[in-house]
Ligand binder design. Structure first.
Ligand code: PGA
Length: 250
């Protein structure tokens, strides 16, 4: 049985002081040992958030990371900086990074390898645009993102990874994919992992759905056999996130 993983993706929101306030608000609401709860926060919020979540079930993730160890890469953040600060997860290849910051599956792959090397669990994002969905190439496109992203990743590493399926047309639009659409693609991703590795890796890897997840849509989505939780943007900044984490009680 895979443990569900529900992660908030704060994006470029929350100053350090706002971040601490939000953690204090959410801490009692997300108290649920049945799921892994992760807050992926802006770099500058990492240290105060790690401090603020102490004693709770919340784990902290970063929203990005560079693939070099250290050096002349102005503005970047290294894997060792993240682990030293208490980071356990990192979101890699979010569609916003691919779109606005020219990230490719190739750079995502380098970051994946580096994250594993440092014991950080990657949450690798993939997902199609509306145009690709309409052209009927959704699964081809996502399979390519997954195959390139996982190049050189060992089976043992892949078992611990998280993949977030996020259709671009559903992100921040209030337009959640239907439960069937989300399940179908997550199942396709699992099959792709089985082809790259084997059934045991496909059974172990956790696949989230993301894109306008809210307290109403979460229970159905998370009840699907191939959906192991969610990556939540907008709703992770509100008390609603507590309801998403407690989706079984809704
Ligand atoms: P959203 O964002 O929940 O606001 O649609 C999800 C994401 O981009 O991770």
């Amino acid at each position: 049985m895979r443990k569900k993983i529900i992660a908030g993706n704060w994006k470029m929101n929350m100053t350090p002081s706002e971040a601490v306030e939000l953690v204090n608000t959410l801490k009692p609401l997300v108290d649920n040992d049945e799921v892994d709860v992760v807050f992926c926060v802006p770099s500058i919020d990492i240290i105060p958030v790690v401090e603020a979540v102490k004693g709770s079930n919340i784990q902290v993730g970063a929203e990005n990371m560079y693939f070099e160890e250290k050096g002349a890469y102005t503005g970047e953040i290294s894997p060792a900086m993240l682990t030293d600060a208490g980071i356990k997860y990192v979101v890699l290849g979010h569609s916003e990074r691919r779109e606005y910051f020219a990230e490719t599956s190739g750079t995502v792959n380098k970051k994946m390898l580096k994250a594993f090397e440092h014991g950080i669990t990657p949450i690798m994002c993939c997902g199609e645009s509306l145009e690709q969905r309409e052209q009927g190439v959704t699964m081809d496109f996502i399979r390519q993102q997954v195959k390139v992203g996982f190049q050189g990743v060992t089976a043992e590493q892949a078992k611990t990874a998280v993949i977030a399926y996020e259709p671009i047309w559903a992100i921040g639009t209030g337009k959640t994919a239907t439960t069937q659409q989300a399940q179908e693609v997550c199942k396709g991703i699992r099959e792709c992992i089985a082809e790259i590795y084997d059934e045991s890796v496909a059974e172990a890897i956790r696949i989230q759905y993301g894109g306008s997840v809210n307290a109403e849509t979460a229970p159905d989505l998370f009840a699907q056999p191939d959906i192991d939780g969610g990556l939540v943007g907008g709703a992770s900044l509100k008390p609603d996130f507590g309801k998403i984490v407690q989706y079984k009680q809704g």
